[in-house]
Design a binder for this molecule. Structure first.
Ligand code: UD1
Length: 367
């Protein structure tokens, strides 16, 4: 077949590590030309450029430069900009990844132009439609021609929603491919030592979900818990831009800065952060990606959410959903060595991108 143009869409921080393994493999194939599309949902150096650099991604071929906004505003702007890019240079296929607003926007814009779309990390469900990501997942899956899933629960969710099995292909967890791709660099990184910390002698904190950071009272309570935990074990807390804004708005930053044992810093690049995480004794987080990464690394993960779209990280891995009231007790459980060791789920083996490429090639050769 003649070389097919494949758009790989990325918009926000958790997208870059899902696109990179696929980009590097597709680049080596003679039947296709991968084109990197960056929507600009995330734009700060810490949230975007550092990730592209770490993951060996070149300057994106297409930059939509959309930036921040309300959900409808951001989604609408990405849709309009991506539609224009596709009309100017029509791709043969669009790959969207994850569950951010850019994922949904590009899936919708492409399908309305009758372009085939594949969704990588399909089928995950938190069953909580208060989360914008859940809406992005459900609609992206409904629209996509190929649904590449990470785990059997995802296949079951799609079957329950009436999506026919021929559209679904279980490929495993693409985030593990990125960790494997950069294993040597991650293992050589000494992030903890830069903070004067010993391996297994500290916890990592990341928080950015509106449910945790947008309400003054609950964020204040959460900070009290972190200050208390830091008296037991030091914490490294790279602060997401949304969280920093809220901490400043609610005037909580001084309380955190004054707390002994809490190391505050900017968001880190991919390698630096993964290097930190692998040496941590636990993570406290509300991130989606970290739940999978900690399971793979065998690091206990205390997820500050009511639900998760990745139940396999709880049933098989090292993850647990934790409320603010339970947090200190759960940290003590980790420190006492009473946390489940977990195992790595099936197909989390660093070969996911390879399975996607084979499937995509077969799909396109039939068209
Ligand atoms: C987005 C994703 C979320 C993902 C998270 C990872 C959606 C609905 N949410 O949430 O699923 O877990 O990314 O970070 O797509 N900002 C900056 N610089 C940036 C990017 C954002 O300062 O480079 C600030 C802006 O003020 C912006 C706010 O952070 O309004 C939130 O950014 P946004 O992309 O809307 O959502 P996230 O909370 O990052």
């Amino acid at each position: 077949m003649s070389a097919r143009t494949i758009h790989l869409v990325m918009g926000a921080r958790p997208n870059f590590m899902k696109v990179a393994p696929l980009y590097h493999l597709l680049k080596r194939e003679d039947w296709c030309v991968p084109i990197l599309v960056h929507t600009g949902q995330h734009y700060d150096a810490t949230m975007s450029d550092w990730f592209l650099r770490d993951l060996g991604l070149p300057t994106p071929n297409i930059q939509l430069g959309v930036g921040s906004g309300s959900h409808a505003e951001q989604t609408g702007k990405v849709m309009a900009a991506y539609e224009m890019a596709c009309v100017a240079n029509r791709p043969d296929f669009t790959v969207v990844v994850g569950d951010v607003n850019s994922t949904l926007a590009c899936a919708m814009a492409a399908k309305k132009l009758c372009l085939p779309v594949g969704h990588l990390e399909a089928g995950l469900r938190s069953f909580d439609r208060r989360m914008p990501e859940e809406i992005n997942r459900v609609v992206s899956d409904l629209l996509s021609d190929i649904l590449w899933t990470p785990s059997s629960d995802a296949d079951e969710n799609l079957a329950r929603e009436g999506i026919c099995a021929e559209r679904v292909c279980r490929v495993g967890n693409i985030m593990i491919d990125a960790l494997e791709l950069l294993r040597e660099k991650i293992e050589a990184e000494r992030t903890a030592a830069d903070f004067g910390l010993q391996p297994d002698g500290f916890g990592v904190v990341t928080l950015h979900r509106p449910s945790n950071v947008d309400n003054a009272e609950s964020l204040g309570d959460l900070i009290d818990q972190l200050v208390c935990i830091a008296t037991l074990v030091p914490l490294v807390f790279p602060i997401h831009p949304r969280t920093r804004q809220r901490l400043e708005q609610f005037r909580y930053l001084p309380r955190l800065e004054a707390a002994a044992g809490i190391h505050l810093c900017k968001p880190m690049g991919y390698v630096r952060f993964a290097g930190l995480l692998r040496e941590a004794v636990f993570a406290i987080t509300d991130s989606g990606g970290l739940q999978g990464e900690t399971t793979y690394m065998g690091v206990p993960c205390l997820t500050m959410r009511e639900n998760t779209e990745q139940p396999v990280t709880i049933s098989e891995g090292t993850n647990a959903l934790v409320t603010r009231a339970e947090l200190v007790g759960q940290v003590n459980k980790v420190l006492a060595g009473r946390w489940p060791k977990g195992r790595v789920p099936a197909l989390w083996d660093g070969q996911t991108a390879k399975r996607v490429v084979t499937n995509l090639r077969n799909f396109l050769s039939e068209r």
